[in-house]
Design a protein around this ligand. Structure first.
Ligand code: ADP
Length: 172
């Protein structure tokens, strides 16, 4: 088993994601980062931008490929001849959703295994969601994002997801 797909929204890609992918490279020869179109999540960055951020982040790593997908994750894994799905775990709160997803995917195709890795301790609190919120309120997220994501974050007006935050647009 040498290929794994690493699916997610990557809205935007964070150093937590990067760390998970790098750990995955210790287990798998090739990783395909799958950027989901996720129309019901209404991502802050459009699909093409999320793809470019990830592609530029891994431009110097030939063992990491970035591709988009819109259908079933299992079909995406099969297309790339992947034997595994790579996911990251931060805290117990991630577990229930990840458990359901892994179990459902195993029901759909028992030959594809889900592998979990934990990111570095200092990234356990890092999520795309909180990075968007902090950035929308003018906070500094420069130590949490790879450069291609940071650059786009600075040039994009992010609207806070919190209805009562009182901040509608990024000051950038
Ligand atoms: P999704 O919408 O599928 O949750 P995300 O882009 O938010 O997509 O996350 C993709 C995967 O990366 C998930 O398995 C998530 O738990 C994992 N992940 C994200 N950030 C971190 C982090 N800081 N540490 C460990 N895993 C992470």
């Amino acid at each position: 088993m040498t290929v794994a797909v690493y699916p997610g929204t990557f809205d935007p890609i964070t150093l937590g994601h990067v760390d998970v992918a790098q750990r995955g490279l210790r287990l798998f020869e090739h990783i395909v980062i799958g950027i989901a179109t996720n129309p019901n999540k209404q991502p802050a960055f459009d699909h093409a931008t999320r793809l470019s951020m990830a592609q530029e982040t891994f431009a110097d790593e030939p063992r990491v490929e970035v591709a988009g997908f819109g259908g079933l994750l299992i079909d995406f894994a099969r297309q790339h001849h992947a034997g595994a799905i790579l996911r990251g775990l931060r805290a117990a709160s991630d577990f229930e959703y990840e458990f359901q997803m892994a179990t459902m995917n195993r029901r759909l195709d028992a030959t594809i295994e889900t592998a979990f890795v934990m990111a570095r301790e200092d990234y356990t609190f890092v999520s795309s969601h909180f990075i968007r919120e902090i950035s929308a309120m003018g906070g500094d997220v420069s130590s949490l994002l790879p450069e291609p994501a940071l650059r786009r974050m600075k040039n994009t007006e992010i609207t806070s997801d919190f209805p009562d935050s009182g901040v509608e647009k990024s000051p950038h």
